[in-house]
Structure formats: C-alpha cells, structure tokens
Design a protein around this ligand. Structure first.
Ligand code: CP
Length: 327
C-alpha cells in the first residue's frame, strides 16, 4: 500500500540515524536542533491546524497503556484523528504486556498493522524492548523514568507565555520523578536555568542529571539540584510541581505526605518567585498536597495551557516520526 496515501513531508520528519527508524523514548535522544524543530512544528500545528488535516491519512497508531491517562490518551487519539489518521487504544487488560504475550511479540505484531506505537508503561527497559522489536516508531507516553511529551508541552507553554526559553528561570519543587527528569533533559537543550528542589533521598536520578549536565554547556543552561524550596523559587520566572506519589507508588503515599509536607507550592512560596511568575503542573493534581487550590486555580496558573499544548506536541511528534504506510 506504500504510496497510496500522501507522503509525510520531509521537512516535518526527524532524520533517520544510520538508516534506522526514529523513536521518541527520551529527550536525551534528541539533539538541541531536533528538540527546537519539534517545538517549532508544535507551534505551527497550533497556529495553522488546517494545513496538517490530511498529513497522516491512511496511517494507524496503537496506544498501549499500562497505566491510567486522561491528557496523553486523549491528545494522541484526537491528534491522530485531526491529522487524518486513526488511533486504536489498548487498555492494560487488553494486551497483558509481558504476561499474556511477550513485549517483543506484541511489538512485532503491532508493527504489521500500524505505523506507530505510543506506550505508557512502568520500566524504561520495557519501552526500549518494545522499540528494539517494533519495525515502526515507538513513542514514550510516560514511564517511571521519563515523560518526554509532557516536557515538550511544558516548554511550548513557557515559550508562548514568556516569548523565549533561553535564560528563563524555572524552579521545580517536589519529587525528582519522571517529569523532573524530562524537564532536566529539556531545560538543558533549551538553555534554561532549572533548579530542582527535592527532599533528601527523593532527588532526580544521578544518571539523568549527568546526561542533562553533559548538554548544558552547549546551550548555556544552568541546572541545579538542591533541597530548599524557598531558595529554588527565588526570582524564578516559573514554578513547577507534580504529585508527591506517582502512579505505582500508592503504598508509599502516607510516608511521602510527611516527607514532602514542606514542599507544597502555596501562595507563600509563590511570593518568593518573581511577582508575575507562572505556575505549572503536568496534572492530575492532588489538591491540598503538592499545590493549593489558590495557586492551581490562580491568575498565574497555566496548567490548562500545558494540557492544551499536549495536543500540539502529540501532533508534532506524530508528524516527525510516523513513516510511510508499509503494512
Ligand atoms: N500529564 C499527563 O501525562 O496526564 P495523564 O496522566 O492524564 O495522561
């Protein structure tokens, strides 16, 4: 069937490396220019959705989700439809990834029917195994380690509200989790000044921080991991937080509530940032824990813009990765 449908425009695509298909497993796999390209494409898709209406006509996408989702599932499904393609959602019970059938076999089967696979799972290794076996691009829709599509939407949001990313001061207050990890990768590539404040023992993964620090000197990014939330938000242009207990950590929630109690983003903490500092959260939020209603629903909150921007990022990622129809 190759050639039956219009080709995806070359200028939208990420270049294959050594002839191999491209996946999006981690922002660390992208060059500075490639991340800029995705952000530019997302902004273009937002500004001019009609121009992309038939771009993925005839293509199909599988969404293999082992964890719940609102934003990621809806934005990839709606994004694919708005690009003229079709998405199939597979819930945890449908596939039984690694239980009913091996990850490798699932990937190889899906590759015979669809042009891309979006995966939300636990271990990054599962995602990597999927990508290694699948003949089509695999996109990380969140693992325990990383959440690259979220970080792209976060940067798009900051860019749209502040007109630039270079030198922007972002404070991330809370758990050194998958969202913090992808923000480190993203901030390093964007030349931002990101300070992460986490309790001792809950800092970002040292290997992820090292990856980000490798890139930072090439863009002028300044990345810091500290323990004091007040110090982190001082003069910040934007303050970001996420839940204290991520999916899969529910048994630790009581302990985490105690450990993170002084890391709540509330009006007092926001006063230490710049007077017009933005508030970001990837959502869903646990109101009254990591953030108060006053901040989440306040005039500086851009959380719904972040959620909206997930759609444009999903569309940009699909345009950049999905290949010709081969099945
Ligand atoms: N932020 C985010 O990934 O939301 P969902 O878990 O609802 O997809």
């Amino acid at each position: 069937m190759s050639g039956t449908f219009p080709a995806v425009r070359e200028q939208w695509r990420l270049r294959p490396r050594q002839g191999a298909k491209r996946d999006l497993l981690s922002l660390h796999d992208l060059t500075v220019e490639e991340m800029e390209h995705l952000l530019r494409l997302a902004a273009e898709v937002k500004a001019n959705p009609g121009a992309f209406r038939h771009a993925l006509q005839g293509r199909s996408l599988a969404l293999v989700f082992e964890k719940p989702s609102l934003r990621t599932r809806v934005t990839f499904e709606v994004g694919m439809a708005q690009l003229g393609g079709h998405a199939v959602y597979l819930a945890p019970a449908d596939v039984g990834l690694g239980r009913r059938e091996s990850v490798r076999d699932v990937a190889r089967n899906l590759g015979r029917w669809v042009q891309g696979i979006v995966v939300r799972t636990f271990g990054q290794k599962i995602l990597e195994e999927m990508a290694a076996a699948a003949p089509v691009p695999v996109i990380n829709a969140l693992t325990d380690l990383l959440h690259p599509c979220q970080a792209l939407a976060d940067l798009l949001t900051l860019q749209q509200h502040r007109g630039r990313l270079q030198g922007l001061r972002l404070a991330y207050v809370g758990d050194g989790n998958n969202v913090a990890h992808s923000l480190l990768h993203a901030a390093a590539r964007a030349g931002m000044h990101l300070t992460v404040a986490s309790p001792s023992g809950y800092e970002p993964d040292a290997a992820i921080l090292a990856q980000a620090l490798e890139v930072a000197p090439t863009t002028g990014a300044i990345l810091r991991v500290i323990h004091d939330p007040t110090e982190a938000v001082r003069d910040a242009d934007a303050v970001y937080t996420d839940v204290w207990t991520s999916m899969g950590q529910e048994s630790e929630s009581e302990q985490r509530r105690r450990v993170f109690a002084s890391y709540q983003v509330n009006a007092d903490l926001m006063k230490r940032a710049k007077p017009d500092a933005l508030f970001l959260h990837c959502l869903p939020a646990h109101r009254g824990e990591e953030v108060t209603d006053e901040v989440l629903d306040g005039p500086h909150s851009v959380v719904l813009d972040q959620a909206e921007n997930r759609l444009y990022v999903a569309k940009a990622v699909l345009l950049a990765l999905l290949d010709e129809v081969t099945a």
